[in-house]
Design a binder for this molecule. Structure first.
Ligand SMILES: [Zn+2]
Length: 119
């Protein structure tokens, strides 16, 4: 695993925060508590939709922040010329849902090729 990922301690903190969001979600879904005709499957459906939304929002935010680190220009791997970085949107399936990634892509007019900047 990469060295710049959150520590186990930080991950436990994130889980505690998410558990708090779960309690808020329960109160938002049923401010007075669920009636007796609401099944466990009904509750699970609500949570599953919210979980997908969290995955979607978190992955898109993290990947956008990461892409922002690359700046607006990058060197062509072929000739070294600085080329403008653009973003190309792509939907990907991730664990727990999907996310739209704005992937950085550049075009070198000298080499006449598209390339993805390397980390
Ligand atoms: Zn080039």
């Amino acid at each position: 695993m990469a060295t710049n990922v959150p520590s186990e301690r930080k991950l436990r903190e994130i889980e505690e925060i998410a558990a708090g969001w779960g309690k808020l979600l329960a109160r938002e879904s049923f401010p007075e508590g669920p009636e007796l005709d609401v099944s466990l499957a009904d509750m699970e459906d609500i949570v599953a939709r919210a979980t997908k939304a969290i995955v979607h929002g978190a992955v898109e935010t993290m990947t956008a922040d990461q892409a922002g680190r690359l700046g607006n220009q990058t060197a062509c791997p072929g000739c070294g010329k600085m080329c403008e970085l653009k973003r190309k949107s792509r939907t990907v399936t991730v664990r727990g849902g999907s996310a739209n990634l704005d992937e950085p892509v550049a075009h070198c007019p000298t080499c006449r090729r598209d390339f993805f900047p390397s980390a």
